[in-house]
Ligand binder design. Sequence first.
Ligand SMILES: [Zn+2]
Length: 161
Amino acid sequence: MGTATIDGRRVADRRTRRHAGAVPDDAAAPDAPLPTEEELRARLTPLQYEVTQQEGTERAFTGEYWDTKDPGTYRCVVCDEPLFRSDVKYDSGTGWPSFWEAIDPSKVTLVEDRKLFMRRTEARCARCGAHLGHVFPDGPQPTGERFCMNSASLRLEPDEA
Ligand SMILES: [Zn+2]
């Protein structure tokens, strides 16, 4: 790749990642540019777009993964970063896919959310900023956390048999 093609965003991405700790071997290609808004509108379903880009929430018990038990890796639907493993997914009874921890703490950014006059912790993809869902302190051990995610933010990549 020619040096002339490097733009500000790609340089910034690289800088962020260097400080983000170890990156798993199956991480999204570090140099892959993030999709543009036009690309996302074309590629994502309207619900996927609304949830990831406009902090929407899918209706409980309607998403693709709320009851999924297949082994695999849940990746960000926007940028393909690996976010959760199926072995920390559990049935929370809420109707949304729930996990007790991220694949790596550096993969998910937690943001205090004061919308609706409630204090909640919003979870975003650390790489692309996609809204994923919220985190609550009522999950199972060992973490006691419940990552309450939207199926629309995720893409399950099944493990190879
Ligand atoms: Zn992402």
